[in-house]
Design a protein around this ligand. Structure first.
Ligand SMILES: C[S@@+](CC[C@H](N)C(=O)[O-])C[C@H]1O[C@@H](n2cnc3c(N)ncnc32)[C@H](O)[C@@H]1O
Length: 298
């Protein structure tokens, strides 16, 4: 990532959320009406051109058919993971969660879009400084007001200590806290992933973390290759995939930090939960290399 610029992958996932918001069928999986203004993309036609340019960039790695499948897969997984996080947050609030920490927030708009979920709790957005700075400028320029319960902690997972950054940001470890960590683990080293889990595990019992895990490829398959195409493009813009875990390996890692009630949902389960009877989003291949994870501090 370059100073003065946002993460390119944060822009790409915001673009596919905007696409779902503009073109998806009702009811949307999530209706991210803030994705377009936050991304700086100027409207429907400019979004179409932006998605076309993504398709061309993906095609350079795997050809046009795979590029089209990669965009469809990205839209599904990106919207589905945000929906999964919001569903779990709604449950966690009933169980007394009082802080939301959005790790690697990118252009995530939960804090602005869902006051019904977030108005009564503290929200802390944590992200790479240049991405966060750019987002804050976009929020100001587009007149999206930042609620008084939202604050920002600039942070680099690879070169700083999360527990210290959260302490300095006034995050209270003694209250149950909900963490989202969407589309971030794959970019981080194993050391940074473990350090993050250790910090989350130090929060009050009942705290929870939601993430989408990236796993190694099991075998060749078309959606699997779509993930590979995305990883190649991310790498070419300086955002390399740096860690992958098998589900068993990640379950053992969570257990080693004392997390309990851990759910590692596969794509077949998620397709059944979120995509039955939808025609706008393609189901993900059952051998898609990843899981959606929810883990609770014990
Ligand atoms: C694909 S984006 C996902 C953004 C957001 N969570 C979403 O779902 O839209 C990846 C995010 O990880 C952040 N990130 C990647 N490496 C990081 C690092 N070393 N330190 C802090 N943030 C990092 C980027 O700034 C970016 O916001």
């Amino acid at each position: 990532m370059e100073n003065g610029k946002p993460s390119e992958t944060a822009l790409m996932v915001a673009a596919v959320r905007a696409r779902h918001s503009l073109y998806g069928e009702e009811p949307k999986l999530i209706d991210d009406t803030f994705a377009l203004p936050l991304s700086g993309i100027g409207g429907r036609e400019e979004l179409d051109r932006f998605i076309d340019s993504m398709r061309e960039r993906f095609a350079a790695h795997g050809g046009p058919a795979l590029a089209a499948g990669t965009i469809r897969g990205m839209e599904t997984v990106t919207c589905m993971r945000s929906r999964f996080a919001e569903d779990r947050l709604a449950e966690a609030l009933k169980n007394g969660v009082r802080q939301l920490v959005v790790l690697g927030a990118g252009l995530d708009s939960l804090a602005y879009r869902r006051p019904d979920l977030t108005a009564g709790i503290d929200v802390i957005e944590v992200d790479y400084p240049s991405t966060q700075e750019w987002k804050r400028q976009r929020l100001a320029e587009t007149g999206i007001s930042v609620p008084s319960n939202v604050r920002f902690v600039p942070f680099d997972f690879e070169h700083q200590t999360l527990s210290q950054a959260l302490d300095e940001g006034g995050v209270d470890r003694s209250v149950p806290t909900f963490f989202t960590w969407l589309g971030v683990q794959c970019y981080l080293s194993r050391e940074a992933v473990s350090a993050t889990l250790a910090t989350v595990a130090s929060f009050a019992k009942g705290s929870e973390i939601i993430l989408d895990l990236t796993s190694p490829r099991e075998k060749e398959g078309k959606d699997d290759n779509g993930r590979t195409v995305f990883a190649q493009e991310a790498s070419s813009v300086g955002e390399q995939f740096n860690s992958r875990y098998t589900p068993d390996e990640f379950a053992a890692l969570l257990a080693s930090f004392g997390f309990a009630d851990n759910a590692l949902l596969d794509m077949a389960t998620l397709n059944r939960r979120y995509l039955v009877s939808r025609k706008d989003l393609s189901p993900l291949a059952e051998d898609y290399p990843g899981r959606f994870v929810a883990a609770v501090v014990n």
